[in-house]
Design a protein around this ligand. Structure first.
Ligand code: SF4
Ligand code: SF4
Length: 116
C-alpha cells in the first residue's frame, strides 16, 4: 500500500546488490567547497506547527537532512539551524506531516555552489 502523508515513517534497508552500486560520498569533503551567504534576519525554513512534531514518532528530519539542520533540544523540541542549509529540498517532501515551511533564501543569500 502506498504511504500517505501522516503515516508513520518506516525506514527500510536497501538490498545489498543495490548498496554496492551506490558510490561512496563523503559529505564533509563536498561541504568545504560551498560558500554561505547567511541571512541573519530571516529564516527560509520553519516548523509550521511545533505540536505536530510532538506526535511525530520517528522524527525523520533528524536523519534525512544531509547537513543536520534539524536537531532536538533539551526539551525535545525540533530546532532549525537554517544557516547550514544547502537547499537540497529534501525536507519539502520527506517530512511525513508536511510540517516544514521552505522557501528559497532572499536574493543575495543562501548557499553558493562552486561547480554549479
Ligand atoms: S519536522 Fe516533520 S519530520 Fe521533523 S519532527 Fe516535525 S513532523 Fe516530524
Ligand atoms: S533543504 Fe536540504 S539541507 Fe536544507 S534543511 Fe532541508 S533537508 Fe536540510
Amino acid at each position: 500500500m502506498a504511504m500517505k502523508r501522516g503515516d508513520a515513517f518506516v525506514g527500510k534497508e536497501l538490498p545489498e546488490e543495490v548498496k554496492k552500486t551506490i558510490p561512496r560520498v563523503y559529505v564533509d569533503d563536498l561541504l568545504i567547497s560551498l560558500k554561505y551567504y547567511v541571512d541573519e534576519e530571516q529564516s527560509h525554513l520553519w516548523i509550521k506547527e511545533p505540536e505536530t512534531c510532538n506526535r511525530c514518532q520517528y522524527k525523520p528530519c533528524l536523519s534525512f537532512c544531509p547537513v543536520g539542520v534539524y536537531t532536538l533540544d533539551n526539551e525535545g523540541k525540533i530546532q532549525v539551524a537554517y544557516q547550514a542549509c544547502v537547499e537540497c529540498g529534501s525536507c519539502r517532501v520527506a517530512c511525513p506531516y508536511n510540517n516544514i515551511g521552505w522557501k528559497l533564501p532572499r536574493g543575495g543569500f543562501g548557499v553558493a555552489y562552486k561547480f554549479g
